[in-house]
Structure formats: structure tokens, C-alpha cells
Design a protein around this ligand. Structure first.
Ligand code: GLU
Length: 470
């Protein structure tokens, strides 16, 4: 049997990381078994669906690298097909028109509520030859009135539902448009879906959908309902907890590989391993490894995973991912060798690509002023003489290697009888404008000779002015 999985988001907002995890699990399962991964946009709720939300889904999937073999299908383009199925069900007596007015249903509901019963349709039009009152009917599915539906869920185990709880759900509205349960079932059948891996907020829908599916003569797919993602407070993850949209994580400088790795592990485990390449994940992923309880989202751990990826990704790949964050803050990245060297020097120093770019401004173009606190603390009178000597020796230095740069800074500290840090830190502030940068030799090399000398001049001037003012 060839495996077909699907990801069917409703385009009503952003791409939630919980949905991205669902997409990932389906993608991994299809990839692992050489199957087909289908993307289906469930846009039948025309009031809430937007093109913008569709774009965000496609952009998020592309950024994560979750490619699909079929789709995107759009349910709004399949209304003829749904109508055909509804007609078929009605013709077979498996669904029926219901003419009950809103008022009648409302009264029924109130009556049931006050009798402390669960509100459900009472089957008024079910087998009633006099039901047709000339109004446009909805179509209801004829759910077995008693008995039970057992769902063999591959995460939860067997879950039993009492059919009496399900009532005759509406599969087509009075304007002829299909409802959610019908479209999902028809699509899963038509698209040959063999495995439905989705959030367990859909578990209660499953018996209803299976009834329809079986009424249509189809075999059940395998169901695996994955527990939700909660925030650290144990409540369902939402905007209150911070970023929940995939593209927001992209904008914050998280690598797609890191987000995938983190999401894969959030609710699924394979021994103690934390870091997985996508190939490793694909080889290891199995439904059996999905946890049975809700996962708690942990932003610190995601940051840690991201750091691991920033540190270990092949340099060319890291540069490719990092560059847009540099250009986004106005850095000219046309000097490729410089970009490579800076990214390599910063990869152990940044938790996100945003941070990496921010910390790298001093290595490109002109210095955008000095950090006030750093200048105040380190560019003081005592630093003037060593910085002046450094200015001279660095000017005379032709070999701009790390070893020669280190030796120069050390020798200046020695001749001024100062601790290395007392010289290196003012130097760092002078050439980068800030008190944090890679080691001083690497920093000098990345800033380059011309810029180092210019900036030392400015720093000396800054100290002079300060001394004059005092
Ligand atoms: N469109 C549904 C949602 O976004 C998914 C339905 C399903 O997985 O069956 O929640």
C-alpha cells in the first residue's frame, strides 16, 4: 500500500507552529515511507478565509522546506464534487433534507437545555413524509441512532463514542454549500489519504467523519491524533505565550532547520537524541513515538536548538540563511569573503540570525557612532597612550594575520605595563563602537586595517575632547 498523508489548513490567520508540527509529522511519515504528501487548503468558510492567509501558509511551508507532492488543492474549487456526493447520499437514503426552521431548532434546544439534556437534533424530518414545507432544506446525514463507534487511534488507542451523542449532522447548508465534515471526508477519499495525523482537537469529529466515510463505502484511514501544544502554564499555546506564528519565528532569526527539529521533538521522541538532521528525522520518525500527553512549548529550548544549528551548519548554508538578516538592516553584503568571515566569527556568539546581523554592523561600512556606555567606561584618559601606540604599530603592520595582530596588542600592553584587557577593551570599543565582539585579533582582522586606523583616530579624538572638557 502506498502511503498518502495530508495537511489541510484552514486559511483564516497565520500558520500556527502547532499546525506546522502537524504538517511536519505528515511530511515525515510520507517521506519515510516513500509516500505522497498532499496540501489541501480548507477554505470553505468564505467569511473567515483570506488570500493573505493562504499566502502565509504557502510561504511558511516553503520556508520550512515542507514540499508537497500534490496540491495545493482548494476546497472552494471542488463544490461540484461535494454536491455530487451529497446527492448520492440522499439518493441512497443515507442523508435526508431537513426543513426545520431556525425557530423550531432554537425552541428544541432550549427545551433540552432546561431538561438538562445534551442539545441534539431530534430527527423530526428523518422519516417524515410531511416534512417538506416548501422552504430550502439543509441536508442531514443519517447517523445510526444507537450503537457505538470505536476509533482505533494510533496515539490514543481505542476510543469509543456513543452514536446517540452524534446526532444527524448537517452536511449541506440550505444554500447548497457543503459543511466541513463532508468536505474533509470526500477529500480524504478522493485524494486516497491513508493516514490522518492531526491535532487531537479533531478527535471528537472523527466518529462523525467515519460514519460518512463508511456510508460512502470507503475504508477508514489510519488515525493518529496528536496531543496539543501548551504554553508553560499548561494552557493551550496562544499569542499570550509569545510568538506562535511560523513566519514570526523566521523574522526573529530562527533557522527553519532548528524550528523543524524543535517541533519534531515537541511531542515525539526517539531515545534521548535532541538534534536531528532532516534525514535522520525522516529515518526515525514513527507514529509510535508520538507522546500521549500534551507537550509544553519551551522558547528557551528552541533558542538552544537554534544555537546548535547556527554553530554547526555548513558555512555556505549558514551564510545563505543569514544574509537576508544582514541586508534587512541595511548592511551591504556584496563582499562575499567578508560576509563569510563575519558569519563564521559570529556563529558561536549569536542565538539568532537577527542578533548575528545586529552584532556585525561594525564589520561593514562606516561605524554608526559609539555605544555611549562602552565609550564612557573604556575610552578614558588612561587609554589614550596605549591606543596611540597601537595606532602607530598597527599602521606599520603589513601582516594582518591573527598571530601578528595578537602579538601587536600584547606588545603594546607590555610596553605600557598594562594588563592585556586594559588595552584590548578600549581598542575593541574604538574599532567596533561596542564592548562586545569576537576575540580582539579576529575583530581587528574583520574590521580591516583602513577602518581600524580611521576608528582609532576618532577614538583618540574622542578621548582628547573628553580630557579637554574635564
Ligand atoms: N482544516 C482543519 C484545521 O485547520 C484540519 C482538518 C483535519 O485535519 O482533518 O484544523
Amino acid at each position: 500500500m502506498s502511503i498518502v498523508t495530508r495537511f489541510p489548513p484552514s486559511p483564516t490567520g497565520y500558520l500556527h507552529i502547532g499546525s506546522a508540527r502537524t504538517a511536519l509529522y505528515n511530511w515525515l511519515y510520507a517521506r519515510r515511507h516513500g509516500g505522497t504528501f498532499v496540501l489541501r487548503v480548507e477554505d470553505t468558510d468564505r467569511e473567515r478565509s483570506t488570500q493573505e492567509a493562504v499566502d502565509v501558509i504557502l510561504e511558511g511551508m516553503a520556508w520550512l522546506g515542507l514540499d508537497y507532492d500534490e496540491g495545493p488543492y482548494f476546497q472552494t474549487q471542488r463544490f461540484d464534487r461535494y454536491k455530487e456526493v451529497v446527492d448520492e447520499l440522499v439518493a441512497a437514503g443515507k442523508a435526508y433534507p431537513c426543513y426545520c426552521s431556525r425557530e423550531r431548532l432554537e425552541a428544541l434546544r432550549e427545551q433540552q437545555m432546561s431538561a438538562k439534556e445534551k442539545p441534539r437534533y431530534d430527527g423530526h424530518c428523518r422519516d417524515n413524509p410531511d416534512a417538506d414545507n416548501g422552504s430550502a432544506p439543509v441536508i442531514r446525514f443519517r447517523t445510526p441512532p444507537d450503537g457505538a463507534m470505536v476509533i482505533e487511534d494510533h496515539v490514543r488507542g481505542a476510543v469509543t463514542f456513543d452514536n446517540r451523542e452524534l446526532d444527524d449532522l448537517i452536511i449541506a447548508r440550505s444554500d447548497g454549500t457543503p459543511t466541513y465534515h463532508l468536505t474533509v471526508v470526500v477529500d480524504d477519499i478522493d485524494m486516497g489519504v491513508t493516514h490522518v495525523i492531526r491535532g487531537d482537537d479533531h478527535l471528537n469529529n472523527t466518529p462523525r467523519q467515519v460514519h460518512i466515510l463508511e456510508a460512502l463505502g470507503a475504508t477508514r484511514p489510519v488515525y493518529a491524533h496528536i496531543p496539543m501544544i501548551n504554553g508553560s502554564d499548561g494552557k493551550k499555546l496562544s499569542k499570550r505565550h509569545g510568538a506562535v506564528s511560523v513566519l514570526q519565528y523566521r523574522d526573529e532569526g530562527i533557522l527553519p532547520q532548528a524550528l523543524l527539529n524543535y517541533l519534531a521533538r515537541l511531542g515525539w521522541s526517539h531515545g534521548d537524541q535532541e538534534i536531528f538532521s532532516l534525514d535522520e528525522l525522516t529515518a526515525a520518525f514513527d507514529i509510535d513515538g508520538i507522546n500521549k500527553s500534551a507537550a509544553a512549548f519551551d522558547g528557551d529550548k528552541l533558542a538552544w536548538v537554534n544555537q546548535q544549528y547556527i554553530q554547526t551548519l555548513p558555512l555556505d548554508e549558514l551564510v545563505r540563511h543569514a544574509e537576508p538578516y544582514f541586508t534587512a538592516i541595511g548592511i551591504d553584503t556584496s563582499d562575499r569573503a567578508q560576509l563569510d568571515a563575519v558569519v563564521d566569527a559570529q556563529r558561536t556568539r549569536a542565538k539568532t540570525l537577527v542578533e548575528m546581523a545586529e552584532k556585525s554592523r561594525a564589520f561593514f561600512g562606516a561605524l554608526d557612532g559609539l555605544d555611549e556606555d562602552a565609550a564612557h567606561k573604556h575610552l578614558r584618559g588612561t587609554a589614550f597612550a596605549p591606543l596611540k601606540t597601537l595606532r602607530e604599530r598597527l599602521q606599520a603592520l603589513d601582516d594582518w594575520s591573527l598571530a601578528a595582530l595578537t602579538a601587536t596588542v600584547e606588545s603594546v600592553a607590555e610596553s605600557h605595563e598594562m594588563k592585556l584587557g586594559k588595552v584590548a577593551q578600549p581598542l575593541r570599543v574604538a574599532v567596533t563602537g561596542s564592548s562586545a565582539s569576537p576575540s580582539i585579533d579576529v575583530t581587528l582582522q574583520l574590521v580591516g586595517k583602513t577602518r581600524c586606523l580611521e576608528r582609532l583616530d576618532s577614538a583618540l579624538e574622542y578621548i582628547s575632547k573628553r580630557l579637554d572638557a574635564a
